[in-house]
Design a protein around this ligand. Structure first.
Ligand code: NAD
Length: 360
């Protein structure tokens, strides 16, 4: 059966980096994997062509796809749009919401070849391999009521932090299953000493633990988790947390690895349908110059193969190809240092492709 893949290049460096990732997808096809690739417009590109950051045609294609590969959206050209519903980022939120992509997987892996690029000491981060499982469609970012209103003669802003048991349980199961496939350790991050919603979160995680006796569950308050991530990050295997805490902790974890240009992500729904994208944005400062690092997007293809297409072997082959290119000393500008060879976006993509072909 042919897998339907929708490619959404987006804005800024998006088209450059997805072009390199599509080279790898095509190489996967040559191994016998049946893929049908389609393209669509999203973000500023969608707005420019159709007046919407998520055009109806793109949403239809997204719903029909088994997996989506997204570059990045946004840029100064659209920052001044008065109607915030038309801003490029709304295209992404619309995709997450419409496809119910509640499970965000963000690995923070430090390739040993890049240990020097981290802001922490190499011995603290070398070999780092954490998976952060973030709830993506609930919590305070979506809770109602929300707003800014006049109360007693002054403006008051308010949001609602809400999770149902069912929402906690479904993200909990994703995280427990992830821990089963990895090192068997799951740390649930909350603020159960202060917030009732996370008291419930903790209670549900405890209950789920009975179904996963092979996983060692621990709990940590979010303030301590932030501290531990920069003190001794290798103590973590899988972290599960809500939308807002996950947003913040996953960015901190990303920086442990030294370069945002290396980090892929996946957002999944209950049917295994997923959207795969690099963690970084559209980098308008370097767009069109061949400077962008395509590895996060190429590694997002590996995640797509593993989590939506059930092709773990091919995924591992892509990851090995990336490792071997780094071993060869090839670096895009963001990860280059003296003694390495600086290459362009396309040269990096071609090198990974060549390594993929030879690592059969
Ligand atoms: P950014 O991630 O685009 O860039 C931050 C810095 O990292 C820049 O200096 C950039 O040049 C660099 N960088 C990012 N990706 C890189 C890569 N692959 N290779 C080399 N260097 C890279 O974040 P920003 O500057 O805060 O945002 C720029 C635009 O992207 C904004 O419009 C923002 O809203 C949007 N954005 C989109 C997403 C997304 O599409 N998922 C995520 C974050 C930001």
């Amino acid at each position: 059966m042919s897998h339907r893949i929708l490619v959404l290049p987006g804005d800024g460096i998006g088209p450059e980096i997805t072009a390199e990732a599509v080279k790898i997808l095509n190489a996967c096809r040559e191994t016998g994997l049946e893929l049908s690739l389609e393209e669509g417009l999203v973000g500023g590109a969608g707005y420019d062509a159709h007046g919407e950051p998520l055009p109806a045609a793109t949403l239809d294609k997204a719903k029909a796809a088994d997996a989506i590969l997204l570059g990045a959206v946004g840029g100064p050209k659209w920052d001044k749009l008065e109607d915030i519903a038309k801003r490029p980022e709304r295209g992404l939120l619309g995709l997450r919401k419409n496809l119910n992509l509640f499970g965000n997987l963000r690995p923070a892996i430090l390739y040993p070849q890049l240990a020097e690029a981290s802001s922490l000491k190499p011995e603290v981060v070398s070999g780092l391999n954490i998976m952060i499982v973030r709830e993506l469609t609930g919590g305070i970012y979506f809770g109602q009521p929300r707003g800014i209103e006049q109360r007693d003669g002054q403006r008051v802003g308010f949001n609602t932090y809400v999770y149902s048991e069912a929402e906690i349980e479904r993200i909990g199961r994703v995280a427990f299953e992830m821990a089963q496939k990895r090192g068997g350790k799951l740390c649930s991050v909350d603020k159960a000493n202060v917030l009732e919603v996370t008291m419930l979160w903790r209670e549900v995680m405890e209950r789920l633990a009975d179904d996963y006796p092979d996983v060692e569950l621990s709990h940590m308050y979010v303030d301590n988790a932030a501290m531990q991530l920069v003190r001794a990050p290798k103590q973590f295997d899988v972290i599960v947390t809500g939308n807002m805490f996950g947003d913040i902790l996953s960015d901190a974890a990303a920086m442990l690895t030294g370069s945002i240009g290396m980090l892929p992500s996946a957002s999944l729904n209950e049917h295994g349908q997923g959207m795969y994208e690099p963690c970084h944005g559209s980098a308008p400062d370097i767009a069109g110059q061949g400077l962008a690092n395509p590895l996060a997007t190429i590694l997002s293809v590996a995640m797509m193969l593993r989590y939506s297409l059930n092709e773990g072997e091919l995924a591992a082959r892509i990851e090995r190809a990336v490792g071997s290119v780094l071993d060869d000393g090839l670096r895009t500008a963001d990860i280059a240092y003296p003694g390495t060879r600086q290459v362009s976006t396309a040269e990096m993509g071609d090198a990974v492709l060549a390594a993929f072909h030879t690592s059969a």
